[in-house]
Design a binder for this molecule. Structure first.
Ligand code: NAD
Length: 483
């Protein structure tokens, strides 16, 4: 673990083996932390925030460190990508693309910390001068999942550090290595001890972190059910929370779409990252008059998807990241079959590769009431749903408890924007899928989350606003009147 600028073993001495899902064997060992480790990390982050050198740095000084960190990550992108590839089995080229892009988050927010300007408020009283300050919120507990550990942490970290916060991070017990590697890079960049701390271990220490009275904000990415538990326990101390949760995102193809481009987008939406992304386009809504044509194209392309070693350049689909997730995906295949959906392609563990490899799977004849259309699977399983017209497409798309992302495929510019405005989702793509940017706010409507990451507004989530009233006259005033 990384606490107060030092790599330390866990106090319990217990460890967790981190499996390589492609090889099916452990490749790393990390400490299995306990509550006392969390307490030590929070104490270090608290001290760094309240009185360490970090607390006295200007935003411009913090920006220099952020830019340096960005440069170091750019230099080490290949190594960091290899770590994640071994930890979660996602394609090396996907993880490399992420790590090569992530330095931009630090450059972007480095330029923002010193622009967190307060305002002078036109006072309603002649004897008062009023201004506001945006102060860092304090110690942030970041809890992250296994699917893109670096990316989903940096979504929080870059904005939070720019604002002046300190961090205690609890990565997923399945994928802790890249977060520990990131800690070494923060040290190299010159971040003072205690600004960034990592405790590794099970969900129970995440729960302890959430309830810790010295934590000012929890920034969580993970499952919706975990997010609800976190919101409930954070409420005990009124700890601020931002939650990036699950999805069941609709990918809507209209009959005026370019079918080849749209089918390619459907593949990217559900089979990219083996479907293990919060924004997976797991419901494909297709207009009835092109339904058969789309399914035919989809199956044809899916048949050619190459499963295999995530490190190989030619591989398109890697294994499912871990055993519990594998079991969950297989269970949903059974559920879909039992519900009467038709398996148009796939539907089983890959017979050649075995292990955690599941064939890319397409279910047709799905209606939106089925569990396969309502519950997040987080795997390479697509539910294809027909619709008659625009009105019905929007109704089906919005008939879900989630609201993370959605896409519209059409060549009609009026329809494209009209539909995009009516979809209840935090991100809508038009003729594209699975695109994110440090500059664009990301987050969910409904049960897909609370708050936004990325973009200008995200940095505000790491600040508190303070109003300062300055009395100008120096006169003795009536103490028993307001103001
Ligand atoms: P998870 O909720 O099981 O675990 C996420 C993290 O929370 C892990 O570090 C885990 O140890 C910790 N945790 C578990 N119980 C906890 C508790 N009671 N208190 C505090 N921490 C606890 O999620 P996962 O299986 O690792 O990841 C998959 C889920 O993440 C999917 O539902 C997916 O949609 C979601 N996700 C969302 C986004 C997004 O940005 N919206 C991105 C990626 C993944």
């Amino acid at each position: 673990m990384y606490i107060n600028g030092e790599m330390v073993p866990g106090l319990s001495g217990r460890t967790i083996k981190s499996d390589d899902p492609f090889k099916g064997e452990p490749w790393a060992v990390v400490p299995d932390g306990n509550n006392a480790d969390v307490d030590a990390a929070v104490a270090a982050a608290r001290q760094a925030f309240d009185s360490g050198p970090w607390s006295r740095m200007t935003a411009m000084e913090r920006a220099r460190l952020l830019r340096k960190l960005g440069d170091i990550i750019a230099r080490d992108a290949e190594e960091l990508a290899r770590c994640e590839c071994r930890d979660n089995g996602k394609l090396y080229r996907e993880m490399l693309g992420q790590w090569q892009y992530l330095p931009e988050w630090f450059y972007y927010y480095a330029g923002m910390g010193d622009k967190l300007q307060g305002s002078t408020i036109p006072s309603d009283r002649p004897n008062f001068f009023i201004y506001t300050r945006h102060e860092p919120i304090g110690v942030v507990g970041a809890v992250t999942p296994w699917n893109s550990p670096g990316l989903l942490l940096i979504f929080k970290l870059a904005a939070g550090l720019a604002a002046g916060c300190t961090f205690v991070v609890k990565p997923s017990e399945f994928t802790s290595v890249s977060t520990l590697e990131l800690a070494k890079r923060l040290e190299e960049a010159g971040f003072p001890p205690g600004v960034f701390n990592v405790v590794t271990g099970q969900g129970s220490i995440g729960a302890h972190l959430v309830e810790h009275p010295d934590i000012d904000k929890i920034a969580f990415t993970g499952a919706t059910e975990t997010g609800k538990r976190i919101a409930a326990s954070a409420a005990k101390n009124l700890t601020r929370v931002s939650l990036e949760l699950g999805g069941k995102s609709p990918n809507v193809i209209f009959d005026d779409a370019d079918i080849e481009v749209a089918v390619n987008g459907a593949i990217a939406g559900i089979f990219g990252a083996t479907g293990q992304t919060c924004m997976a386009g797991s419901r494909l809504l297709v207009q009835k008059n092109i339904y058969d044509r789309v399914v035919e194209h989809l199956v044809k392309r899916t048949q050619t998807i190459k499963l295999g070693d995530p490190m190989a350049e030619s591989t398109e689909l890697g294994p499912v990241a871990n055993e519990p997730q594998f079991a969950k995906v297989m269970e949903y295949i059974d559920i879909a079959k039992a519900e009467g959906a038709t398996c148009a392609y796939g539907g089983q563990r890959d017979p050649e590769l075995g292990g955690n490899f599941i064939q890319p799977t397409i279910f047709t004849g799905v209606h939106n009431g089925m569990r396969i259309a309502q519950e997040e699977v987080f795997g390479p399983i697509l539910a294809v749903i027909p619709f008659e017209n625009e009105e019905e497409a929007i109704a089906i798309a919005n008939d879900t408890r989630f609201g993370l992302a959605a896409a519209v495929w059409t060549q009609n510019v009026h329809r494209a924007h009209r539909v995009a405005h009516q979809l209840n989702a935090g991100t809508v793509w038009i003729n594209a899928y699975r695109v994110v940017s440090y500059a664009a706010p990301f987050g969910g409507f409904k049960e897909s989350g609370l708050g936004r990451e990325n973009g200008v507004e995200a940095i505000k989530e790491f600040t508190e606003t303070k109003s300062v009233f300055v009395e100008l006259s120096g006169e003795v005033r009536d103490p028993f009147r307001l103001g």
